[in-house]
Design a protein around this ligand. Sequence first.
Ligand SMILES: [Zn+2]
Length: 426
Amino acid sequence: MTEPLGRVLAAIEARRDELVALTQDLVRIPTTNPPGDAYRECAEAIGRRLARRGFEVEYVRGVGTPGDSDRYPRINVVARREGARPGRCVHFNGHIDVVEPGHGWSVEPFGGVVRDGRVYGRGTCDMKGGLAAAIVAVETLVDSGLPLPGALEISGTVDEESGGYGGVAYLAERGWFAPTRVQHVIIPEPLNVDRVCIGHRGVWWAELETKGRIAHGSMPFLGDSAIRHMGAVLERLEHELLPRLATRSTVMPVVPPAARQSTLNVNSVHGGQPEGFDGLPAPCVADSCRIVLDRRFLVEESIDGVKAELRELLERLAAERPGFRYELRDLFEVLPVMADRNGPVVQATLAAVRQVLGRDAEIVCSPGTYDQKHIDRIGRLKDCIAYGPGILDLAHQPDEFVVIDDLVASAQVMAASAHRLLTLNA
Ligand SMILES: [Zn+2]
C-alpha cells in the first residue's frame, strides 16, 4: 500500500464516530417510499455537507415522473468536485428512499439507535449506511490534500425502491451518466462488505387472464370455469416450465446460489366473483381468473425468448383444451446486466477489499434488480458495480441494522478503490 493511501485509510478509521453520526442523521430523515417523504430535506442535507468540501451541488427534480408532485417532489442531489487536473470521474450513487418500516420493530425505526456496534433503523442497511460511507470516503480523500486528477461525484437519488424512474433513470436520460462526464460507478447497496456485485438478473412481470363463461354455481356444466382453465395453466407451469427453468445454468454468479437459474413466481391469483355483503360466496362459475407472473431470467436468455416460451406453452394448451382462451399482458420488464469482471471498477474494488480486509472478495450478482440497470441501459455506462456495507438479508426487514465495523471498512474500500481508479494511468 502506498504511504499516502495508508494515511487516508487511517483517517477514515479516525472518523468512525462521524461516520456513525452521519448514518444516524440520514436515517432520522424518514424518506419513506411510497409516497416519497422528505426527499428534499435529505437531498439538501447531503448537498449542504458536500458543498462545504468544495463540491459543486445541483438538485435535479424528476419532474413528471411517477409520484412526483409539489407535495412529494422527486428531488435528487448530484455533487461533483474536480481534482487537481483533468482525468476520470468516479461516481458514487446511493438511493435516499427507504421502504416503509412495517411491523415487528423493537427499536424506533427512524431513531438511528446505536447498540452493540451496530446502527439500527430503516435504511441503515439499505442504503443510507452505504451512502454515508461513500460520503466519508470522498471527504477523506479530499481532506488528504493528495493531488488527485479527475473528479469525484456523489449522487443521492430517489425512488430506487419503486423502479428508479424519478431518480437514476431520470438522471441517465438527461446525460448525467454520459461517458464524457462519468467513467466508473459504485453503488453502495447492501451486498456485504466482502462482495463485489457486478449485475443482476432480468425481470419480466406479466398478467395472464383465462376466460370462462358465468353460470349458476349449482349447474357448473352450463358455464365454463376460468378457474379450472387457470388450474390447467398452473399444472403446466408446475410440471413443464419450472423443471425446465431449473436446469438452465448461467455464468452469472448470483447469490444466493439457489437463484443461479431462471425462476418463476406466481405473485398472485385472482378469480371469480367477490363475496357478497353477507360474506357468503357468490354462487357462480368464474368467468375470469388472473395471475401475475414474476419471471427472473439470465444473461443467457433474451426477453423475447422468455416471452415466447410462455406463449408457446399457452398456445399448446389452447390447441389441446376445449374452450381455453387467454390474454397475456406485459406489466414490466428489465434486462439483465453484468459488468465485465476484468473491468477497472471491479478490479480496483477487488484490490481495495484485499488491502482493507486482507482477504479476497467474492464476485456476485444480485437476484433482484437495482439502479445499475438504468446506468447500464440508459446511461450506456458499463463500468458499474454495487459494493456496500449492509448485510443483504436485512434489507426491508424489521430491526434493520448496519455493523459499524463494516461501515468503516467499506468507506476505506471505497476510498482505496476511487484512489486507484483516479490514478490509473495518470
Ligand atoms: Zn437499496
